[in-house]
Design a protein. Structure first.
Length: 339
């Protein structure tokens, strides 16, 4: 962490600048980014000016903004000391946490080694995943500590990605024997039947987002082998009927498109030493009109059941791309004005 020393103002009306000293020049270069790109991102967010003077960084602007910018720079510098890159998404995450100060995670799981350098992390074969919003942090805590977790909210908030990451982390740490990923195939009637190929080729297009997430966490050959050995299964929700899912981490994605009967069927598949994560967006139901969503009903039925975790994501939790948040906000505003 940098040493902080406010400079002496030239007159009584001048707000002192905050001066940070970063001793390692190589880490400081990584912190600033190419052409000081990272500093510019922080300047724009908090309406401050950041000037680099050798190994010192001066922050000028409103006092509260200076304090937040200084905290973010210290956080990002600590990343460089751990050998981690500082990317746009990391800066965005630091900004979100600075604007939403919270206590440390409320339910640490020691066996998962969740805390590395004071941060909550999910380690997989290919990458380490860190929550980027306060809501994501709460969600990750639940994913690694509770047997049944629901993540509800708009697209782009990381609901499914983090659930799959948690499943992979528990799998490689030997806490479960297999991973099962599922989605409702909402067009599993006539249209699916007209698709060419065998059953796997028919359903794979519906499962592609789950394959994409797994490819982020496993080397390609290892993933192929695990799927071949059925230690990782990716299947439509209908294929879960009649099974008991033991010693597994099970993720149900797009659960808003499960019917009430399908949801009850899925929830009662849970076996010994299993965990389930159920994700969905209740505002994006594709079921036929007058067919109620099993996710919406499950939320009402299980909301007060002890041991079941519910995390509610909002538009401000969208981490996919800033434009996604703007698009969803615009559509919500349009729907309300025409409602």
């Amino acid at each position: 962490m940098a040493n902080i020393a406010p400079t002496i103002p030239h007159n009584k009306t001048t707000i002192p600048e905050t001066l940070l000293n970063f001793p390692d020049n190589n880490h400081l270069i990584d912190l600033c980014g190419p052409l000081d790109r990272n500093l510019i991102q922080i300047e724009t967010t908090f309406d401050v000016q950041i000037a680099r003077r050798g190994n010192d960084v001066a922050i000028m602007g409103a006092q509260t903004a200076q304090a937040k910018a200084a905290a973010i720079l210290n956080t990002l510098y600590a990343r460089t000391e751990q050998g981690k890159p500082v990317e746009t998404a990391d800066i965005d995450a630091a900004i979100r946490f600075a604007n939403n100060p919270q206590e440390k995670p409320r339910n640490p799981v020691d066996q998962m080694e969740m805390f590395k350098g004071g941060r909550l992390e999910i380690r997989t074969r290919k990458k380490t995943v860190e929550p980027r919003t306060v809501t994501q942090k709460t969600y990750v805590e639940d994913l690694l500590s509770k047997e049944l977790v629901f993540g509800l909210g708009p697209a782009g908030t990381g609901k499914t990605y983090l659930a799959v990451a948690a499943a992979v982390s528990m799998f490689i740490n030997g806490l479960v024997d297999k991973i099962i990923l599922s989605r409702p195939a909402v067009e599993a009637g006539e249209r699916l039947g007209f698709l060419p190929g065998d059953m796997k080729e028919k359903v794979d297009p519906y499962m592609q987002p789950l394959y994409d997430a797994l490819h982020d966490f496993f080397p390609a050959k290892q993933l192929e082998k695990l799927i071949e050995d059925k230690r990782i299964e990716i299947a439509p929700l209908a294929f879960m009927r009649g099974r008991t899912l033991s010693n597994a981490y099970v993720v149900l994605d797009e659960a808003q498109n499960a019917t009430t009967m399908q949801m009850k069927m899925f929830l009662t598949r849970m076996g010994e030493n299993s965990r389930m994560a159920i994700t969905g967006d209740p505002s994006q139901i594709d079921l036929p009109r007058n067919v109620p969503s099993g996710l919406v009903e499950a939320e009402k039925v299980l909301r007060n059941v002890k041991g079941v975790g519910f995390t509610y994501f909002k538009t401000e939790d969208i981490v996919r791309h800033p434009m996604v948040a703007k698009i969803i906000t615009a559509y919500d505003r349009h729907a309300k004005s025409n409602g």
